[in-house]
Design a protein around this ligand. Structure first.
Ligand code: ZN
Length: 309
């Protein structure tokens, strides 16, 4: 029993808001600085959303798309006019929270970057499982997309479209020169079950020749084969290989789920993305919220009514 059989396919867009049942913490290495960082996930009241708290600075940073200040290698949030009040590499934790149906949580972190752990969302999901979930008795608000919104970047694009479904459906494709990655595509309706089975364990990845450039720029100092898949041409350099043949596109879909979670509420939409990245994902949300006719905020259906419909 995985404990998920009672949940509908789009459960995270249905039912009441949820938080964690109790706090839980961990210590890990930050990917870019290579430093040790302490993190704690804690319950938060209904309507809070996800809020980061820098324990070393004493500041709160809301996990919202309009707080994203950098997105080249990872998604970085900061307070307006206070670039030091930042927290980076938030996307895998945001994906784990969204994929596990956690609406409200306070995330304390002892430095400017979250721990990378194994490079996937699975360890964050494990922490959420250990903490447990608590229903908060308040209907979820859902952001329903009403007409298509599209952004483009070179030969990549991302588009939100209306859906007949209750939650978020993803269609993601990638195309890389490195033969070990090549072209991959994935379509998935997001729910706790599909997130955990398909996306959660997919690790971040890098091409070997890019890593030297990152290191020279003082980035990826905490990166290793323990927290990233590294490919060189047609070879995967990790001795244990891939977790699934589709691990690359699955990770891009995981990043997309985490970046879209910065909308502040679950999306009722279909998202189609080709060669997505953190910058494109953030531009998609900014384009959505810049067009008041493109969306509306609705209360989610109670799960019991949705199941009977
Ligand atoms: Zn990622």
């Amino acid at each position: 029993m995985d404990g998920l059989t009672d949940l509908s396919f789009a459960d995270h867009a249905l039912g009441p808001e949820q938080t964690l049942a109790r706090p839980i913490g961990c210590v890990g290495i930050a990917l870019h600085s290579g430093r040790r960082v302490r993190m704690e996930l804690a319950p938060a009241p209904a309507g809070t959303g996800i809020v980061f708290h820098r324990t070393d600075l004493g500041v709160d940073i809301p996990a919202r798309f309009d707080r994203v200040v950098a997105s080249r290698l990872c998604t970085v949030l900061a307070l307006p006019g206070e670039p030091e009040a930042r927290v980076g590499t938030v996307e895998h934790l945001m994906a784990a929270l969204a994929g596990n149906g956690i609406d409200n949580a306070r995330i304390s972190v002892s430095g400017p970057e979250l721990p990378i752990l194994d490079g996937s969302a699975e360890p964050f999901g494990f922490l959420i499982d250990c903490a447990g979930r608590a229903s908060q008795g308040v209907p979820r608000r859902v952001i329903e997309v009403l007409h298509p919104v599209r952004v483009e970047d070179g030969d990549g694009f991302a588009e939100l479209r209306p859906t007949a479904g209750a939650g978020l459906t993803l269609s993601v494709s990638i195309a890389f020169e490195a033969a070990a990655i090549g072209r991959q595509a994935l379509t998935l309706t997001l729910g706790r079950r599909s997130f955990r089975r398909t996306l959660a364990a997919a690790r971040t990845f890098a091409v070997a020749h890019e890593i030297e450039a990152l290191r020279a720029a003082g980035l990826a100092l905490g990166g290793s084969l323990d927290n990233a898949v590294v490919v060189d041409g047609d070879r995967v350099l990790n001795p244990a290989g891939l977790r699934s043949p589709q691990e690359f596109v699955r990770h891009k879909a995981l990043d997309l789920v985490g970046d879209l979670a910065l909308a502040g509420a679950p999306l009722r939409a279909s998202v189609v993305a080709h060669r997505p990245g953190h910058a494109l994902n953030n531009r998609l949300l900014r384009a959505l919220f810049a067009d008041a006719s493109a969306y509306r905020v609705v209360e989610s259906m109670p799960e019991s009514i949705a199941a009977a419909a």
